[in-house]
Ligand binder design. Structure first.
Ligand SMILES: Cc1cc2nc3c(=O)[nH]c(=O)nc-3n(C[C@H](O)[C@H](O)[C@H](O)COP(=O)(O)O)c2cc1C
Length: 308
């Protein structure tokens, strides 16, 4: 047997596959139908200070190459998470990584402090794709605001690993990834959904209940691979900061691409909607691939892409 375990932000996980934020609820639903097998950890949907009902329907539509969503960070809010949900998340058979979000630094701080106070939480993913109430721009869009947010959260997370989740960045090298690492990120998750739109040509309306949303699935996979490869080669690799590659993984080959590009772990989102049992199939494929490459552990293949 080859070794597929890995470490992300101080958290040791038995499988490099992680359920992506917002695509596995709080992990409890997948656990109840025995669909956590093959996964090393599960990210919860992003938790905000106040409960959020989310956007009006349609929130999810299918695309030729994946799906488009505008869920709007629907979640129970911090208080209900702590009192009603956290104990179930704590008892999952694999580690859960809460994802947090907010519209102001103060909101993020309060949610982060509550996570820090729960002993079972070893790492938190910070979703920085939320628009700041002050200027409507996502935190990840402004390097200054991103730095202020993350430096603040770094102070809050004393014993908790800070994973920063970034959207696709066309800049090279990624400014946001540099800022995240300089601000003390223990790991990066790359990438979030890609801003996108789909129009019903009969009604001439957006197919979502709002103007636009975020695309996920196979169509975004090569964009995510490029970003992981660039960030690993230029910033995260030299700094020793692990990456969770995320975006469009449907088959073991997609996961293997992320590993070669420099990811230490691989997220699965849209794939779980298609087939919640996909992780165990992907894991089996990875096992064979690692062995076929003549390696004892998947770690040997992280960033092992050959130069052109
Ligand atoms: C329905 C849906 C809900 C999502 N909710 C969240 C969320 O709450 N927080 C977050 O950081 N990302 C969220 N995402 C983004 C995913 O975690 C992931 O970054 C994205 O879907 C790309 O991965 P995939 O192509 O494997 O789906 C959501 C994605 C989908 C499809």
């Amino acid at each position: 047997m080859v070794e597929l375990s890995t470490e992300i932000a101080g958290l040791s996980i038995d499988s490099p596959l992680i359920a992506a934020a917002g695509t596995a609820g709080y992990g409890t639903e997948l656990a109840s139908v025995d669909c956590l097998r093959g996964l090393g950890a599960v990210m919860t949907k992003s938790i905000t200070l106040e409960p959020r009902g989310g956007n009006p329907p349609m929130r999810v539509v299918d695309l030729e190459a994946g799906m488009l969503n505008a869920v709007g960070l629907a979640n129970v809010g911090l208080d209900a998470f702590v009192t009603d949900v956290a104990m179930h998340v704590r008892d999952l058979p694999i580690p859960a990584i809460p994802s947090i979000a907010g519209e102001s630094i103060n909101e993020y701080e309060q949610v982060a402090a509550a996570m820090q106070a729960m002993a079972f939480v070893k790492a938190v993913e910070v979703n920085v794709s939320c628009p700041n109430t002050d200027d409507g721009r996502a935190f990840s869009e402004s390097p200054e605001q991103l730095r202020t947010l993350l430096v603040d959260l770094r102070r809050v997370f004393k014993r908790v690993g800070m994973i920063v989740k970034l959207p696709l960045d066309f800049a090279h090298p990624s400014v946001a990834a540099e800022v995240a690492i300089e601000s003390g990120a223990d790991a990066l998750t790359l990438i979030n959904t890609v801003p996108a739109m789909s129009i019903d040509v009969k009604s001439r309306k957006s197919r979502l209940g709002r103007w636009s949303g975020g695309a996920s699935g196979p169509g975004i996979h090569p964009l995510a691979v490029r970003m992981v490869a660039d960030v690993y080669r230029d910033i995260a690799g030299p700094a020793g900061v692990p990456i969770i590659g995320l975006g469009g993984v449907m088959r073991w080959q997609d996961a293997a691409e992320f590993i070669l590009a420099g990811a230490s772990a691989v997220g699965l989102g849209t794939a779980l909607f298609v087939d919640p049992r996909r992780p165990r199939k992907i894991l089996r494929g990875l096992q064979k691939w690692v062995r076929g490459q003549g390696c004892q552990s998947i770690e040997e293949l992280v960033g092992a892409i050959e130069p052109c």
